[in-house]
Design a protein. Structure first.
Length: 351
């Protein structure tokens, strides 16, 4: 019975085996009834041929073709050379168990696809919901002030300027939001290419420090390069985009940082091919439960606080996009009460 034990019983072998058993039994019977030597042989041959073809035909027609249909459905392909080869040479070698395994594998794959689609759909829904929410706040603010002004406050010299300026701030917020959204969708569509050049990363950091020095000095925050990492390091990256990354990270460090705080930027040679840039602050830090989601769009660790500070919640999402578009990674370390460090890798520039 080893033929059946083996996993690869093709219909042909199965038919031959069955035909062999039946014709042997028949031949033995005819041997009992007839003393001739050729009658049993004749019976054997005829029974074998008839049984073999009958069996083979039945298997092919009623089982095999059905299975073939299943495979056609699974692979959803038109008959190609390769497929013909598969049906003629590989499929006959497959046992029913293997076929059922294939079908299960296929089903699992489909389930996974559906799972991904569902997750994307959920993501899209959440994004739209968040977006509507984010837009509503500044729009209502602006609308409120304008209505109040029109309702008579316009003529009240003690408040009219203040209300107008508040409405204008609301508009600024809207503009920032739309700008950031535009930035993110451009990055996502992959329409803006990464144009790399070689430059000294510390020079870029200093430029950004310079640009943000006013905002920092308002909170008496010092901006500096970390001691021992001032030695010029060349990176190969898209300069304006990396500048955007640095601006977003340092802006956050200033916005969320404590008065009289300290922000340092460290640039390290990681290995032959990579530079690591890290922006550290001694601010309030971020609780551990928020860390995994901090780079998501619109995610804020401290909703009320960050809203009043005026962020769009898109800064870190843009950072992540830009860094990943470079084929690099970004990470965050933070401890509440101690501070936060945002770091990212860059390709090392050729000297
Ligand atoms: N340096 C930091 N210190 C403390 N919290 C931070 C820091 N950087 C980012 N965060 C938190 O991460 C959130 C997301 O940051 P971001 O995407 O830039 O959005 P936004 O600054 O517009 O709120 C912020 O709302 C804030 O809660
Ligand atoms: Mg920000």
């Amino acid at each position: 019975m080893s033929v059946f034990d083996s996993k690869n019983v093709s219909p042909r072998i199965l038919s031959a085996f069955t035909a062999f058993i039946i014709s042997t039994v028949n031949a033995l019977f005819s041997l009992l009834l007839d003393a001739n030597w050729y009658t049993p042989v004749l019976v054997f041959v005829i029974t074998f041929i008839i049984t073999f073809y009958l069996y083979y035909y039945t298997l092919q027609r009623f089982i095999y073709r059905k299975i073939k249909l299943i495979y056609k459905f699974i692979y959803q392909t038109k008959a190609t050379r390769k497929e013909e080869f598969f049906y003629n040479s590989i499929l006959p070698q497959k046992s029913i168990e293997q076929v059922s395994e294939d079908v299960q594998k296929w089903a699992a794959q489909r389930r996974q696809e559906i799972e991904i689609l569902r997750a994307n759909e959920q993501f899209r829904k959440e994004f739209l919901m968040n977006l509507a929410h984010e837009l509503r706040t500044p729009i209502f603010t602006v609308q409120g002030y304008i209505d109040t002004l029109l309702g008579g406050a316009m003529n009240d010299a003690t408040v009219n300027k203040k209300f107008l300026s508040n409405a204008s701030k609301g508009m600024d917020r809207l503009v920032r939001l739309v700008d950031d959204l535009g930035e993110i969708s451009k990055l996502e569509s992959g329409r803006i290419p990464i144009i790399q050049e070689t430059f000294v990363i510390q020079d870029l950091v200093s430029d950004v420090f310079e640009e943000l020095s006013l905002a920092a000095s308002e909170k008496h925050i010092s901006l500096s390069l970390k001691k021992g990492t001032e030695g010029a390091l060349q990176v190969y990256a898209d300069k304006p985009k990396i500048k955007q990354v640095l601006v977003n990270l340092i802006e956050n460090a200033i916005k969320y940082g404590n008065e009289n705080g300290m922000i340092t930027a460290g640039c390290y040679l990681m290995d032959d091919k990579h530079i690591y840039v890290e922006i550290s602050d001694d601010g309030p830090g971020i609780a551990e439960e928020h860390l995994p989601r901090i780079f998501e769009r619109f995610y804020r660790a401290d909703r009320s606080r960050s809203r009043t500070i005026g962020g769009t919640g898109l800064g870190l999402a843009i950072v992540k996009h830009i860094v990943e578009a470079h084929g690099q990674t970004v990470n965050v370390r933070s401890k509440p009460g101690v501070g936060s460090s945002f770091g990212f890798t860059l390709e090392r520039g050729k000297e």
